[in-house]
Design a protein around this ligand. Sequence first.
Ligand code: AKB
Length: 314
Amino acid sequence: MKNVLVTGACGQLGSELSLVLEKMTGTENLVISDICRPPAHLSHLQFLMLDILDEQAVKQVIEEHSINVIFHLAAMLSATGEHRPRQAWTLNMEGLINVLDAARTHKVDKVFWPSSIAAFGSHTQLDKTPQHTIMDPETIYGISKLSGELWCKYYVDRFAIDVRSIRFPGLISYKSPPGGGTTDYAVAIFHQALKGEDFECFLGENTRLPMMYMPDAVEAIFKLMQAPKESISVRSYNLAAFSVTPGELTLAIQKHFPHFSTRYNPDFRDLIAKTWPSTIDDSVARNDWGWQPQYELSEVVNDMVTNLRMTIDD
Ligand code: AKB
């Protein structure tokens, strides 16, 4: 990787990925972008205000910085998308197409784009969801992810752009908060526990979703991006680490905070979650590029609690 551009760098995934990318590319070869100012821990990086809906601006950045690799992360997530469906569609689709087209025009070597478990739907086999199965998403975010997968494949087949993608489960991290997703509860719950307060959960106690710890997610992106072209058999890979319900996560957190408790007040996000896989079959990623998660639930909980405690103590 020589000159790298990250879009949506201030988001949950972008802000962690950018720091790891910096170690690989060097600060001078990394350009991060978003439509809001970067948080303090990214302020030493080359930052550009870039609206991915501005097609000319996207092309200009790629040209001026001789970008060879793009990590296109800017998107609106599932829950916010349900409040603003047209904006979610425009941002998620037009943004992706602008990036793919700029990559084609400027002969970018590789593009990474995150898909999601939201691309599946209620007729999908939701237990051990296979790589190839029925996909009938019911949220606008999910529809944009499924359409985005098809657009990526189209650019691969038609223009030989090397686009690679992962269908991410919910991501758990302590460095930056998620924004507007259905899986966000799995981060918010830790912050409440650390504050010594109970948690009101917008999912039902038994709603099981696949989750992944951020270091595993970042590692997966690098593994996929570094895999030889010949080993890539699909463009958007299923990926799993562990699956958990809010009830089980509460029990795991209670091992550290015995007085912690969760009240359940499921809202529209619980209905969304019920159309998403509860567990994922990621054997294609394991076979193609050796995917192997490092973090199980108990390790994630230990690490989250330790690191959030340090943040509070600082
Ligand atoms: C969301 O909840 O919208 C995201 C996702 C699963 O893609 N975290």
